[in-house]
Design a protein around this ligand. Structure first.
Ligand code: HEM
Length: 360
């Protein structure tokens, strides 16, 4: 154990109590998952729209609507990713960054791939004269890139919890040590992908419920709701599979140690089932609300599991320093609130401009 503790870098002290950072990390991680889900679902729907749009006008409209929305959703998902990165680095930076060095090359490639994906998403929108085939191929490329980024995030997030595996770095210094021997890697990744498609589906259906005058609204609503329904249901066995692949000592705590956490897992699975059912019944508002509640619960479960993995290394956790800085924290909240107000204002202005441009 000492050997392992030695390879974990020493943490930096916290300027305020850890609870503040945990709260912000949970909140922003939840928002990130919501953003990524909407983005990934829309990327996949753009692919479907462009492929089927070659023969059907409504599918074509659906594809171009999804493509037009995609760059916005990428921007939101990425920005909402930076926020949890800030808090994870404050709380577990010595774990997270070490894991990112172990997989250094593909990890850094993530930025280049993201730029390529983002560029391609814009290319589809601005090069309107591109052939449907080219648009379909580009949309497929964006979706694959986003899927790969999700895979990389699962790699780094699973690797950060198992310092024993960081030793791979010493036997192969090339920074290519993906966490492929991790039993939960694939189930976790598959679960996230299913979850994202279900989130993307329910929010796309919600969008068409509001924009019900659009020519492709019927198709968009029914298709997105059905896809969300199927993937919410598929996420259930994927999550069970993920939980079953967890290390025995973690499963013991999750299933045998506390009724509370077992209860939360059961409630989460029930919410997924119910969301699937409501999607099939086309009760989209209810489905979106339940899904959002389920996602909140998932964030707690997922972070509880991370806590269990990291418990043996608690002495390497960041703790609050003697020199606290609550004033700076208060300033942070003021700036955050101002930023949120500004974003809301920009969104309202954009919606107003789009509406008036449409009516001219
Ligand atoms: C550069 C932009 C991004 C940044 C900075 C970022 C950052 C993060 C961070 C810090 C976490 C962990 C949060 C926590 O544990 O509190 C996370 C989780 C995750 N992100 Fe992102 N993200 C970005 C873009 C994306 C994209 C484009 C995708 C997928 C299409 C994605 C998929 C995921 C997934 C699947 C997880 C969960 C990983 C796990 O728990 O195993 N992220 N992201």
């Amino acid at each position: 154990m000492n050997d392992l503790l030695n390879i974990i870098p020493n943490p930096d002290p916290l300027p305020v109590a850890s609870g503040w950072f945990s709260f912000l990390s949970y909140l922003t991680y939840f928002l990130h998952l919501l953003g990524v889900g909407i983005m990934f679902g829309i990327a996949l729907f753009a692919v479907m729209g462009h492929i089927r749009g070659r023969k059907d006008e409504n599918w074509k409209l659906f594809g171009s609507r999804m493509s037009k929305t995609l760059p916005f959703t990428i921007a939101f998902a990425v920005n909402l990713g930076v926020a949890p990165l800030l808090f994870i680095q404050v709380l577990y930076g010595n774990f997270f960054y070490t894991a990112s060095i172990v997989i250094g090359i593909p990890w850094l490639m993530l930025v280049l791939l993201l730029i390529a994906g983002y560029y391609s998403a814009y290319y589809i929108v601005f090069k309107k004269e591109s052939s449907p085939r080219k648009k379909s191929l580009l949309a497929v490329a964006v979706t694959v890139i986003l899927g790969w980024i999700a895979f990389m995030l699962v790699n780094v997030n699973t690797l950060m919890m198992v310092p024993a595996r960081w030793k791979a770095y010493f036997s192969s210094l090339n920074g290519m040590n993906l966490n492929l021997s991790e039993a939960t890697l694939w189930p976790r990744f598959i679960f996230y992908i299913f979850l994202f498609i279900a989130i993307g589906g329910v929010f796309t259906a919600l969008f068409y419920k509001i924009k019900n005058k659009e020519k492709e609204a019927n198709l968009g609503f029914n298709f997105a709701a059905a896809v969300s329904g199927y993937f919410a249901l598929l996420a259930v066995p994927a999550f069970v599979y993920f939980v079953l692949t967890l290390p025995a000592e973690i499963k013991k705590v999750l299933f045998g140690g506390s009724v509370f956490w077992l209860g939360l897992v059961v409630v989460f699975l029930l919410l997924l089932l119910l969301t699937g059912f409501l999607n099939f019944k086309k009760k989209i508002v209810g489905a979106a609300l339940l899904f959002t509640a389920g996602l909140v619960i998932f964030v707690f479960i997922r972070n509880f599991i991370r806590g269990l993995y990291l418990k043996p290394f608690a002495e390497k956790f960041s703790v609050v320093s003697g020199n606290t800085q609550y004033g700076v924290m208060a300033l942070f909240f003021v700036v955050l609130a101002a930023g949120l107000v500004l974003i809301a204002y920009l969104l309202v202005r954009t919606a107003r401009e789009t509406r008036s441009a449409g009516s001219q």
